[in-house]
Write a protein that binds this ligand. Sequence first.
Ligand code: CO8
Length: 257
Amino acid sequence: MSYVKYEQKDFVGIITIDREKSLNALNPEVLADLEAVVDAIDADKTRCVIVTGAGKKAFVAGADIGAMSTMGPAEGRAFSANGNDVFRKIEKLPMPVIAAINGYALGGGCELSLSCDIRIAADNAVFGQPEAGLGITPGFGGTQRLARTIGVGKAKEMIYTARNIKADDAYRVGLVNAVYPLDQLMDEAMKMAQRIAGNAPIAVRQCKKAINMGLQMDIDTAASFEPEMFAACCGTQDQHNAMTAFCEKRKHDPFIN
Ligand code: CO8
């Protein structure tokens, strides 16, 4: 049995962390299942991925505290490295990934959402990096991606105080793009995913690559890199169809290329 489910709906893949009785907490087995699901995504037929948690209470309530409680330095390093590797795989998927955050997103759960391109939350969502209160640091990318996402000052405040924030505050600091009633969250995630999937797939992937790689570079290098992403789209059927439709004053529906 796997703790991570995968469902393909047309061009959209849905990953569900499914360990509901422990609020989808990440232990080594869940991480292994997540990695296997991510590795198996068919990039040819998947244009957008949604990551969510099973049930109505938690996205992921963190790394499994019981599993971590007896770890010494070597085991802790290996667990942290493993989580970082899996989340980096999610971040490096060629297609956009949306986190649909349906409740607690604490510690490793907040970090999982940060490895996704876009975060949308239900109104019951709670975010936090409680690690400092548990005697550890964030270990699945939180010290790196939170500051890159909401800015250094806010990230330091969240990490040093270990204080949780609710969905409306997460929206205010830019941690999530939108907040919806819980029962509408997956519909809204699907709508966004389908909208992304309806755009030219090569162009969307090049946009993701350009933004993510550019963030690791100085602006001069990044600006010299963008033409390569642009060039990769030139000459594609999508570009030809969309631009010809514009020039001929026709409506273009990217779904029917
Ligand atoms: N780990 C293990 N079990 C958990 C976790 C967790 N993170 N969160 C919840 N559970 C379990 C509970 O133990 C409980 O199990 P049981 O029914 O067997 O007692 C079940 O889920 C339901 O939880 P609660 O009864 O506590 O539900 P409440 O509604 O009362 O509370 C909370 C919900 C507030 C989310 C509460 O469960 C909580 O505070 N959980 C812990 C949250 C947390 O601190 N998360 C961060 C963990 S640290 C982390 O993620 C570090 C990531 C980097 C790791 C680096 C590796 C070295």
